[in-house]
Design a protein around this ligand. Sequence first.
Ligand code: NAD
Length: 473
Amino acid sequence: MNDSYLNFVNSPLGARLARSLGLPKPEVLRRYREDAPEYDGLVAVGAGTAPQLLDALADVVASTGFTSVAHESAGLWVPLANRHGLMTGRFEPAERGSSARVAALVFDASGIDDSVRLDALYQFFHDTLRSLGKCGRIVVLGRTPETCDDPRSHTAQRALEGLTRSLGKEARRGITSNLIYVAPHAAHRLEGTLRFFLSPRSAYVSGQVVRIEADPTRKDDATPASSDWTQPLAGRRALVTGAARGIGAAIANVLAAQGAHVIGIDIPSAHDALASTMRPLGGTALTFDIAAPDAPAQIAAALDENGVDIVVHNAGITKDKTIAKMSEAAWHSVIDINLGAQERIDDALLAAGTLRDGGRIVCVSSISGIAGNLGQTNYAASKAGVIGRVQSMAPRLRERRITINAVAPGFIETQMTAKIPLAIREAGRRMNSMSQGGQPVDVAQTIAWLAQPASASVTGQVVRVCGQSLIGA
Ligand code: NAD
């Protein structure tokens, strides 16, 4: 769907009008394009006391093509950074005449063990934020608070959440701000996630906190490094439900672009749309109503002995009415398609070993499942249930090295949201740090990151793709 306001205020006349009337001007977000460099420009790096993630950071910077510069107030750790080969220059704040626009600000706060040492964050972001270019990236790296033995460390690390989320709200201009907590001994598992949050692929993901955990089931704890970051899903088979249109079609496209063979499922009446989505991808189209009692067995049979590596539960419906006016059928079908079908399909694929060990499950939830929504008791219950499923299944699947995560989209421009009355639709679009709705591809890219081999250490989590929506924040 088209956001005509965004298009208008980004035209020369619209921009002038918006400026004179003081209207918000949402930025045209920079999204991933095959023909443009994914990582380009300067990264200003800062760190607090005793940073623990500089090695991992240096590896990512070296492999992406970014140029890194050290923030000048960081005198204490710059020699350390130089030893890691991280620094190629020094950061000059914009007001001191540096014309260089910065593409990303990354702060390693993993060693901060007391609130008195949070000042280093103030110093860094106070000096650098104005130099960050449009659609820039802010990433704060911390240590998972629950792994800190000492209350002071735990407290200081927890403080990073408030800082990171506020930076997203202050920065605007299409800038995202996210926090990655890394467990002890898991620094070498950071790369895939850090790459995602520095990339244009995460254009509509802001204000999120992701945890990288160490894998207690594997002594060597080695995440397979990706040999090709543009085709990380090469050789994988991915099942996507609701793939005929909207977010599901975008997921199929992005997974296929990253090398996966995609098996798309949709209802029989969407046969033609599903076929036209899957044909150019060389994928397989299967028509099933996922809520039918025999669907799980039929899907498992259709996947045959080749099995599947990635399952994306995307199919979903809405049947909105306040609960007093809602029919029992509307209640039941939403819970059954959005939640019950996911449970039954996973049970069948896991029991038969059709979803292979080391696999990935990604479930599509919604910010309605986090915040609740008027007229959506059925939908919000189903989507909150999806979050509960992810949290309860993750520890159970650890032994088989299967991860399960949820993405919770905010307002995404699809046929589902086109049905919303205009005034409510406009409010949904603007009430976030990006002042606009997301695109299906934004959800798809987030799912593709969670589906990658390098995301083995991200499980049981909910990542919102909502432009840092104020709803349920
Ligand atoms: P959509 O209506 O455009 O597409 C949903 C697809 O699922 C359709 O192709 C539909 O035929 C298919 N489907 C529905 N019931 C099915 C069934 N029983 N069996 C097989 N396929 C079935 O919706 P969308 O906007 O692309 O949403 C995709 C997912 O994202 C849904 O789970 C939705 O709840 C979620 N979501 C969307 C938004 C948004 O703003 N669009 C926000 C939050 C969450």
